[in-house]
Design a protein around this ligand. Structure first.
Ligand SMILES: Nc1ncnc2c1ncn2[C@@H]1O[C@H](COP(=O)(O)OP(=O)(O)OP(=O)(O)O)[C@@H](O)[C@H]1O
Ligand SMILES: [Mg+2]
Length: 301
């Protein structure tokens, strides 16, 4: 195994009866990156994360955290890990501050001001004295994150951390995760929200039916070219003509317009004008992770 990785899984498998929930999953997460573990419901995200955190045994395969092997019996490396999996375990009768204080007793060296620091980080300062039973789902998630951050972990592992949050709350969490990574914390988070991952991650792995179907830099996974959309009265002729445009790829008719990739809108326009097929409108859109993901999952379905 490689020492360049903060977190590594090596041919990890988990079998539940006849279901192979995790199938040969090898991941490598580097220092101070935000790594996204992306996949639809039931893909195997929580099962993988539970094995990484020593909460359940792998059927086979290996996990290393900070270069040290992790199993349910041997999990010393997890002392440097902050985690949030599922609903955070909270004492509902008490305030956010009291919940954090209770956990802080486990860490005698923790400076007293750390509790206020983490409340500030997750934007719960104003409601710090409200009993947690009055919290919304999103506020509980944020408190869960504050608990995970309390001991200044070097690696943060979060399973669907923005579940139940509104768009503004999600954005705050994205900003927080980015700033943590900039300060040297490695972040591994799962989500089925593609747009969200696109905005926060340096690298992602896409999991489907327990298998990794893509892994790489966000910039490599996303297509490098815009999609050019053409609206025209001469649909068929324009499609035929575009086949002669050097470089034009993935030409297709989408409802009443034509899509073409790997060429610029200027190239398309000047080419069509020379062919006497001046379109009504040419516009561009950027393919997002959602369309890449759909393409990837359809290929392997
Ligand atoms: N304890 C269990 N016993 C049997 N099957 C399980 C168990 N836990 C998970 N599974 C199955 O393993 C597969 C992966 O589940 P998992 O919870 O890891 O998916 P997920 O990617 O986290 O999904 P979601 O986005 O819904 O949280 C599913 O088919 C699920 O039904
Ligand atoms: Mg899950």
């Amino acid at each position: 195994m490689d020492t360049e990785f903060v977190l590594q899984t090596h041919h990890l498998n988990k079998q539940f009866g006849s279901v192979r929930a995790v199938d040969d999953v090898s991941l490598g997460i580097r220092h101070a990156e935000v790594f996204g573990f992306l996949g639809p419901n039931g893909a195997g995200k929580t099962t993988t994360i539970s094995m990484i955190l020593g909460l359940t045994y792998p059927t086979s395969g290996e996990i290393k955290v900070f270069g040290e092997r992790v199993t349910p019996e041997h999990n010393r490396a997890l002392r440097r890990v902050g985690m949030m999996v599922g609903e955070p375990a909270l004492m509902l009768a008490f305030s956010a501050r009291r919940n954090l204080q209770a956990l802080s007793y486990l860490y005698p060296d923790l400076p007293a001001k750390r509790i206020d620091e983490v409340l500030e980080m997750v934007d719960l300062q104003a409601t710090r004295n409200l009993p947690v039973r009055k919290f919304s789902t999103g506020m509980k998630q944020r408190l869960g994150l504050a608990l995970a951050l309390l001991n200044k972990p070097d690696l943060l592992i979060l399973d669907e951390p923005t579940n139940g949050m509104d768009p503004a709350g999600m954005q705050e969490i994205r900003i927080l995760l980015r700033s943590l990574a900039e300060q040297g914390t490695t972040v591994f988070l799962s989500s089925h929200l593609l747009h969200e991952m696109e905005q926060v991650c340096d690298r992602v792995a896409v999991i489907q039916h327990g298998q990794i179907i893509a892994q790489g830099k966000m910039t490599e996974l996303l297509p490098k070219h815009d999609i050019v959309h053409i609206r025209t009265a001469n649909l068929e002729q324009t499609v035929q003509a575009l086949k002669d445009l050097p470089g034009a790829k993935h030409i297709k008719i989408d409802a009443s317009s034509i899509e073409v990739q790997e060429v610029s809108s200027e190239q398309v326009l000047s080419f069509l004008v020379t062919r006497g097929l001046t379109p009504k409108e040419v516009s561009v859109s950027r393919p997002d992770l959602e369309s890449v993901f759909l393409e990837l999952t359809q290929k392997t379905a």
